[in-house]
Design a protein around this ligand. Structure first.
Ligand SMILES: [Fe+2]
Length: 277
């Protein structure tokens, strides 16, 4: 969409480090495609860089991270803490929220967590079982992070005829229905399409986030208390490269206020006994 700035990556990460010093956060969650190819050299290099930030950093594996048959094993060996307990699926638990990170597999590949060619995401029966058990037991709102988008980019955002980047129907249906069955699932955050979008499916909000290495270097900041989940989008262009080239033809990729910001009221768990009346 926008000019990409993978090199020098130091410039991008230096800007991020500086921004984090001024805007401290509890942790960073990278939404996937940290590397272009999942080989040992790139995995080691980028794991080292992301874990050198002034806060804990985690990774939701994306298709590019897993583009070789041995990528998954290489990540387990060289992630440097980006994958808690060496697992591609994991939970990050906090006072007011639980974050569930889910790495999908891809249709047609001969083994799990390998992206060969198809972009069709696959959630295994075991992953569904684990996720559903977790959602059923959670008394806090849950944010699900996975790499592949759940919603398309609407024509109202692009000005084009029809939607762009439609998600796989089966994948989308499963996740939307999951939120209907488990209301503690408030928000699904994804990447993959290099565009800031936001969609509503009943009480569920799904959003995709622009690629951080592309102008204007957007990231999402999620703030949570016992009443609301607030999502804001920040451009790090002033910290990374104020003169970075920007392609105005695709300015819709940044989204407007309704794609860049939202407030989600927190729903209480039915079995949460903390409200003694
Ligand atoms: Fe991707």
């Amino acid at each position: 969409m926008q000019p990409r700035h993978p090199e020098p990556v130091e410039k991008v990460l230096c800007g991020l480090r500086e921004w984090l010093t001024e805007n401290p956060v509890d942790f960073i969650l990278h939404g996937g495609d940290l590397v272009e190819h999942g080989n040992e050299k790139l995995i080691t290099r980028f794991a080292e860089k992301l874990t050198s930030m002034p806060c804990p950093a985690y990774l939701c594996l994306g298709n590019h991270d897993l583009d070789s048959p041995d990528s998954y094993e290489l990540w387990k060996e060289h992630h440097m803490g980006l994958l808690p307990k060496n697992k591609p699926n994991y939970k990050l638990e906090f006072d007011d929220v639980n974050v569930y990170v889910l790495a999908v597999s891809y249709a047609g590949a001969p083994q799990p967590y390998y992206w060969e060619t198809a972009h069709i995401p696959v959630i295994s029966d075991q992953q569904k079982h684990d996720l559903e058990q977790y959602l059923a037991a959670s008394t806090k709102p849950v944010i699900l992070a996975t790499h592949v988008q759940v919603n398309a980019i609407p024509s109202s955002q692009t000005g084009l005829c029809g939607e762009v980047g439609e998600p796989d129907c089966q994948y989308q249906r499963y996740l939307i229905d999951l939120a209907r069955r488990f209301p503690m699932l408030h928000l699904i955050m994804t990447g993959h399409n290099h565009v800031n979008t936001l969609a509503r499916f009943g009480n569920l909000i799904t959003m995709t986030t622009n690629a951080f290495t592309e102008t204007p270097f957007d990231l999402r900041v999620v703030t949570i208390d016992d009443k609301n989940i607030e999502v804001a989008t920040h451009s790090l262009r002033p910290w990374i490269d104020p003169q970075a080239e920007f392609n105005a033809e695709f300015s819709w990729a940044l989204g407007g206020p309704s794609q860049r910001e939202c407030t989600i009221p927190v729903r209480k768990a039915k079995h949460d006994c903390s409200c003694s009346a």
